[in-house]
Design a protein around this ligand. Sequence first.
Ligand code: LLP
Length: 386
Amino acid sequence: MKGTFPVNKFRELETPFYYYDVNVLRETLSCINKEAGKYNNFCVHYAVKANANHKILTIIRENGLGADCVSGGEIRAAVKAGFPTNKIVYAGVGKTDWEINLGLDYDIFCFNVESVPELEIINELAAAKGKVARVAFRINPNVGAHTHANITTGLAENKFGISMEDMDRVIDMAETLPNVKFVGLHFHIGSQIVDMGDFVALCNRVNELQEKLYARQIIVEHINVGGGLGIDYSHPNRQPIPNFAEYFSTYHKHLKLRPQQTLHFELGRAVVGQCGSLISKVIYVKQGTNKQFAILDAGMTDLIRPALYQAYHKIENITSDEAIETYDVVGPICESSDVFGKAIDLNKVHRGDLFALRSAGAYGEIMASAYNCRTLPQAYTSEELV
Ligand code: LLP
């Protein structure tokens, strides 16, 4: 056992694989429940897109969170893990008919609608089933978030949501459609946000919109502010649990809710990010012209975030205590972007050593691909490896 890892167990397993420390996950969830629970109208959903592993979903459901889904597949995964269907929200710009029908059959809590044509189709499909679908409108608040360009979503140029200018028109339209019921507003400005000022900017925008609606005597049942709370990827020691106290209190302080309204959150990364690591074996240590490479059996197919977003994941050699040397850590895929880190200081590396790529619980396993005809990575929880 080095650090928190059961290294001897790891040696018996085929690499690469994801390892989830369920103690970290449970600690994170109890912190969320404690901090959100301070405000009686806060309701937290988990964004299934971050990690749909069945065991992870089951633990999250046991802790009482709802599920935010973006596809029929995610709705099925949430139902299989036991999430009550009245705690499932379905969002996404391109919902197909079968996916809408699935949501209708399950009587889910709400569809987050992103366009007029989508609203019309939901109305039509609900009518065919003799149902009334609960809908929230995803409003594009035109608020920039200080994060990577690929994961900001709240700007006018992004494909997401209905513009603030169109909101009145869409609400008028919903009033004419008998098989939809307008119940909420939905926002999401981006992901891996660590500056609370970005959330304050969103709150201010939501307050403005609420005033406009109030002038029309409309008070929606719920406001959904999306997810986006970031995690600390670069912490040198342990991977800290995000500051949920600060996050929820920011919303409590800045978002003006009417007494009967509830505030919904849909957090992904902040829930599962820190509990997961990708465990990989060193295949070769290769001497380059002026550097040395540690070549792993995991590649960008197993964890694409560094290649796609230049994301940093802390890398540790969990089987060596020898003096530190510097390495470029790379995978075996035939792409020059298949690099996990450059000039990384690691305990001296040998063929067969095991590496942990930390903070990989969110958007890791779920984004794995079979490019180069590779096998998808396995996943184990700490409970399974005792
Ligand atoms: N709600 C909506 C509408 C979203 O689009 C997202 C994430 C979330 C909630 C959850 O956001 P979170 O709390 O996890 O930040 N693959 C990228 C992240 C893409 C996020 C997409 N939307 C990454 O690996 O960084």
